[in-house]
Design a protein around this ligand. Structure first.
Ligand code: FRU
Length: 503
């Protein structure tokens, strides 16, 4: 009896310990947990999916494996927000079924009830990934399917006629992004098909017809094409079409990244104005980014803040990966080129806490944390200058770990250097310096840094040069300073400490 009690007691202790090890920290204060970026409470997350705005709510679905912290059988997790900043995780929306696991895709509001699921049904168009078929050696294991919700994404029904777009024999056949093309009164699907894009159209989301192909010999091809998006942006009152194509690997700084093309779309064919490769974000940690549907002329974007090169290895405990800050996209023109710009959504300002403002900061060395207080949680730093000179903004701790962010005037490049940022040994390429070209031709510069516990996002020159980078210091960085041997002078500096979105 005693023995049994002892056995039961020790089993109970052991199970408590293992629960504790994997315990979800309910106030989101566990190590490296972002405070102003969406993360799932527990488990694995990758691509944002099914982003759609409806009845005052932004929906963010996401590639999710709830039972582990590495990529596994995919579900669609679900989070909602009223302001693109504070996120509430909801019940899992889509579970794997007999046709496969649930890969990336999009969602639309069927205002005209074209599919017959109901007026204003929220319809998800996603890839079913069938591991059984994959094991047989056949290429036909990915196909497109539908699910719909009549209660604003709370509960979902899979369409019984799935799949709606069977696989024609293309190994990578996935990530449908659908929108209503008003001019042609039809749905357009942009689909990643191995090394190019195939456009389809449909009157009812159920029957799809191929319209055209794009990109086999255009743009970057260092890896497979994934997660595309097609939408319009305005420049000087003129509408232009932007085609996003995520690619893995083969990004500008290695691993996965988001490239884009600007051009024309006539309901059938996309024609780029130029065919050089352009990247939406030159940092290593924005991937699979696409835009929200049903937001009118405002184009809102979010990406997965990681990279397939090491996403499965990053040193977090009960969850893996965050999304970027929600960003608003725009169009700018430099010479004869249209460039897509990204900026943090203006709503982010709701998190502002204390503001420290200063006019004219002269380097070589300016210790910002001495003036504005030690770095302690998320901050936003905005600077402007009417000079184009080299400088470095350093985040550091008393262990000598640091991230350096700045501009190199000789190379005309922005950079983020996380070589000595702390825990870097989990993947051989992680400790590195990454760069982005400067596109602006102006003799003045502006820079916004959004800094969280484990990431920095850089938006320079009104969002023309953008970089995202994650890091994992052994102890949080407490110091922030600006240095320059080039005599860089800041014209205005605004430093905001920010509230956590979880409190
Ligand atoms: C991109 C991606 C998609 C796919 C999903 C699977 O990161 O590979 O192409 O649908 O992730 O989780």
């Amino acid at each position: 009896m005693k023995l049994i009690t002892l056995f039961l007691f020790s089993t109970l202790l052991a199970s408590c310990a293992s629960v504790k090890n994997h315990r979800v920290n309910s106030n989101f204060s566990d190590e490296h947990r972002p405070q102003i970026h969406f993360t799932p409470k527990k488990g694995w997350m990758n691509d944002p999916n099914g982003m759609v705005y409806h009845n005052g709510t932004y929906h963010l679905f996401f590639q999710h494996y709830p039972d582990g912290t590495k990529w596994g059988p995919m579900h669609w997790g679900h989070a909602t927000s009223k302001d693109l900043v504070h996120w509430q995780e909801q019940k899992i929306a889509l579970y794997p079924d007999s046709l496969g696991t649930i890969f990336s895709g999009s969602a639309v509001i069927d205002k005209n009830n074209t599919a017959g699921f109901g007026k204003n049904a929220m319809v998800a168009i996603f890839t079913h990934h069938n591991m059984e078929i994959e094991k047989t050696g056949s290429d036909k294991y990915q196909y497109q399917s539908l699910a719909y919700s009549l209660d604003d994404g709370k509960t979902w029904t899979k369409y019984n006629g799935n799949p709606v777009l069977p696989n024609p024999g293309i190994r990578d056949f996935r990530d449908p992004k659908v929108f209503w093309y008003e001019e042609g009164k039809k749905w357009i699907m942009t689909l990643a098909t191995l090394d190019h894009i195939t456009f389809y159209s449909s009157p009812d989301l159920k029957n799809w017809k191929e319209e055209s192909k794009f990109g086999k010999t255009i743009g970057a091809h260092g890896g497979v094409w994934e997660c595309p998006d097609l939408f319009q942006l305005t420049y000087n009152g003129e509408q232009h079409w932007v085609l996003i194509v995520n690619i893995n690997p083969g990004g500008p700084n290695g691993g996965s990244a988001t490239q884009y093309f600007v051009g024309d779309f006539d309901g059938k064919t996309f024609k780029p104005y130029q065919t050089d490769t352009r990247w939406l974000d030159y940092g290593p940690d924005e991937y699979a980014g696409v835009t929200w549907d049903n937001t009118g002329s405002r184009k809102l974007f979010i990406g997965w803040m990681s990279n397939w090169q090491y996403a499965n290895e990053v040193p977090t405990e009960s969850w893996r990966s965050a999304m970027t800050i929600s960003r608003e996209l725009g169009l700018n023109k430099i010479g004869n080129k249209y460039l897509v710009t990204s900026k943090p959504v203006q709503e982010l300002k709701v998190l502002n806490q204390k503001e420290f403002k200063i006019n004219t900061v002269s380097t070589p060395h300016f210790n910002l944390s001495e003036k504005a207080g030690a770095l302690d949680g998320p901050v936003r730093l905005s600077i402007t200058s009417n000079q184009i000179r080299s400088f470095t903004i350093t985040l550091s701790n008393d262990l000598g770990e640091k991230v350096m962010i700045g501009f190199d005037a000789r190379k005309n490049e922005y950079f983020i250097d996380r070589s000595a940022s702390g825990k870097t040994g989990f993947e051989k390429g992680f400790a590195a310096k990454h760069v982005s070209p400067r596109f602006s031709l102006k003799n003045e510069m502006d820079l916004i840094l959004v800094i969280d516990d484990a990431s920095v996002e850089l938006f320079a020159d009104d969002g023309l040069s953008v970089m995202t980078s994650i890091f994992f210091p052994t102890k949080n960085y407490t110091n922030i300073s600006i240095n320059s041997n080039d005599g860089f002078v800041v014209k205005t500096l605004t430093y905001n400490t920010m509230n956590s979105i979880w409190k």
